[in-house]
Design a protein around this ligand. Structure first.
Ligand code: ADP
Length: 657
């Protein structure tokens, strides 16, 4: 009479895994990975997530199933039966969720792991632990797994999911089960160590000590073996006894403790358990404040930009708690974008508990938290730079690019971030200097901070723009990171001094004739020079904005300068890298009237001699200048031209000798 309930079918139903799961299971089952214990970390982490989600749900929903059940994790081991059961009283899963979550690949670590599956078995085994492959890692130790789950929703009922880790799993209904999920593992013959209480305790301490819910260890004991025949037969059939459950994790929210009470080692352990990074962090910042906003935060700078062989953390962000209840796993609104390499936990009593995850962002407390945390990180980095300059440079080499991005994008913090910038220069001898260092040793009459952009340190050091500065011993910063042009364009001045790109045609420098004029190389006379300029204009056509005399050139024959009106020319360099087909605006070619090659070329033009050679030489000088600017010329044309020039040079020498 009543409608059929399809879910009440008592027949177990068998379902195939998705192909990628089969692939993953195949690798895991045959893996000789030695740190198999990480499966427990993965299961505990899932259980803890499920508990967090339930706790969050209960803030607004009074109708969850078993509302009074303790929020905890129980690990039951039975050495004799070789079983391990991990149960949580978390959010649970209904049938659809079981299929979606344990039949496909949800875990992002597992996804990237599989993408690397082409690289061979050994490589994979080395990285299983780094990726964290999620739930399926259980099949490294399990013969068979049965997951019994009861969702928190009253309308659902309990389901059992069973699999041997081959190509399929089965689903069936279960009469009764407490809210949450229980993972029942029949251990493989070579994995029975995981049925021992002491071993479980050891693993939990190592990987999951700071999980905030209690983890109970429940050890099953074989009943006492009594002497005497009758008793022995009696005990055979007796139930096994569970020892008194005991909590085995420390579960302290160390970010809520006073910093003076926390040991350096504890910070490191906490960081590793939080991020799964195997290295200690480079820096930790423990912040405890009540005004202007209540905040307990523990933030970390990792030791490497990329942890492990591959990016282990697919998503960045901080863990946001309100009074120890996890609100969000990867919150991105607590720090400016350029601090996205920072990991950690933020807890505030000022955040309303019933705030939905979506509403977190627009909460005014969030803005206050962001300001407080940002200032604290700025300060911590400044302190590191002042007090441990060596260590700061390790930080700089790893994360400097984020600071540069911040200088360009975060106006409110620009000043603080500018102090954190480091540069190499024409006088720093390969060492890093700050802008304060530079300004501190500026020449008495120097009013600006000079910099040159280049592809790398070597080409920057060879830049023709440096001629004048080298001669006058004026320090020039070398900017060789693709992001640098952008950063400098947005910064414009530092320590009260304007920043100037020395490729600027409008740059005004005190002309000290005696320093630039070399009596031994007489300049090309005006009329020959004018003819050469006219010829160059003809040959280069619209490749350049114009051709003119370069008064600051000393050892270099030519250079390319930016017309003074190209306002954001430093950004061109960035655009060139980021936008396909981007054409850099035309530059001005400057000729050095005193350079022997220019002098000779000018004389050839005046005589109307050897046109092809003149043309090739001018085009090649232009391409050379492009190369030195880090703006690539067309290599094919160039090779042909170089051939021609070489042939000419060799022929001339052969005739002369
Ligand atoms: P991840 O945890 O990274 O998502 P897993 O493969 O470990 O990947 O788990 C897949 C999904 O299964 C989880 O996202 C979660 O939705 C669900 N899940 C796993 N374990 C539990 C659990 N103990 N309680 C509730 N849901 C769980």
């Amino acid at each position: 009479m009543s409608e059929m309930n399809v879910q009440d079918t008592t027949q177990p139903e068998s379902l195939e895994y998705r192909t990628e799961v089969k692939q993953l299971l195949d690798i895991l089952a045959h893996s000789l990975y030695t740190d198999r214990e990480i499966f427990l970390r993965e299961l505990i982490s899932n259980a803890s997530d499920a508990l967090n989600r339930l706790q969050f749900e209960m803030l607004t929903n009074p109708d969850v199933v078993d509302a009074d059940a303790e929020l905890a994790i129980w690990i039951e081991v039975d050495a004799e039966a070789k079983t391990l059961v991990l149960r949580d009283s978390g959010i649970g899963m209904n049938r659809e969720e079981l299929i979606a979550n344990l039949g496909t690949i949800a875990h992002s670590g597992a996804k990237s792991f599989l993408q690397n599956a082409g690289k061979g078995q050994t490589a994979l085994e080395e990285i299983i632990g780094q990726f964290g492959v999620g739930f399926y890692s259980v099949f490294m130790v399990a013969e068979e797994v049965r997951v019994v789950s009861r969702s928190y929703r009253a309308e659902d009922h309990a389901w059992a999911w069973t699999s041997k880790g081959d190509s399929s799993f089965t689903l069936e209904t279960v009469e009764e089960a407490p809210r949450g999920t229980s993972i029942q593992i029949q251990l493989k013959e070579d994995a029975t160590e995981f049925a021992n209480g002491w071993r479980i305790e050891q693993i939990v301490k190592k990987h999951s000590d700071y999980v905030s819910f209690p983890i109970y260890l429940v050890e099953m004991e074989a009943p006492e073996q009594e002497v005497g025949d009758e008793e022995a037969t009696e005990t055979k059939g007796a139930e096994k006894q569970a020892k008194e459950p005991r909590v085995i994790n420390r579960r302290t929210a160390i970010w809520r403790q006073s910093p003076s009470k926390v040991q350096a080692e504890e910070y490191n352990d906490f960081y590793k358990q939080l991020t799964f990074d195997t290295n200690d962090p480079l820096l930790h910042v423990h912040m405890v404040a009540d005004a202007p906003v209540n905040v307990r935060a523990l933030l970390f700078v990792p030791s490497k930009r990329e942890r492990g062989m591959l990016q282990m953390r697919p998503d960045h962000g901080l863990r946001l708690y309100s009074r120890k209840i996890l609100i969000q796993n990867n919150n991105k609104d607590l720090l400016p974008d350029h601090y996205r390499f920072i990991d950690g936990v933020v807890d505030s009593d000022d955040l309303p508990l019933n705030v939905s995850r979506e509403m977190v962002q627009s909460n005014p407390v969030m803005r206050q938290l962001k300001r407080a945390l940002t200032n604290r990180i700025n300060r911590a980095l400044k302190e590191l730079a002042d007090e441990q300059p060596e260590k700061y440079l390790t930080f700089w080499e790893e994360f400097g690019v984020f600071i540069k991005e911040g200088v360009a994008t975060d106006h409110a913090n620009q000043e603080a971030l500018t102090e954190l910038l480091r540069f190499r220069s024409s006088k720093s001898d390969g060492k890093w200097i700050s802008l304060a260092d530079y300004v501190g040793r500026m020449k008495a009459d120097q009013a600006e901070i000079y910099f040159v952009l280049g592809e790398d340190l070597k080409s920057a050091a060879r830049s023709p723009h440096l001629d004048y500065f080298r001669k006058h011993e004026i320090e020039v910063l070398y900017l060789v990171d693709p992001i640098d042009g952008w950063t400098m364009a947005m910064l414009r001045e530092a320590n009260g001094k304007p920043l100037r790109n020395i490729d600027d045609a409008g740059l005004e420098l005190p002309q000290d004739e005696s320093a630039t004029v070399d009596e031994n190389t007489p300049a090309l006379d005006q009329s020959a020079f004018d003819q050469l300029v006219a010829r160059a204009v003809e040959i280069l056509g619209d490749k350049v904005r114009g051709v003119q005399e370069g008064k600051q050139l000393v050892d270099s024959p030519v250079r390319l300068v930016s017309p003074a009106d190209s306002f954001d020319r430093d950004i061109q360099r960035v655009l060139r890298l980021t936008e396909e087909g981007y054409e850099t605006p035309k530059k001005l070619l400057e000729l050095n009237r005193r350079h022997p090659m220019i002098v000779n070329l000018g004389q050839m033009v005046a005589r109307g001699a050897d046109e092809p050679l003149v043309e090739a030489a001018i085009l090649q000088l232009f391409d050379n200048a492009l190369l030195l600017e880090g703006l690539h010329a067309n290599p094919v044309d160039m090779v042909e031209r170089i051939q021609l020039l070489m042939a000419e040079a060799v022929a001339a020498r052969a005739k002369g000798e």
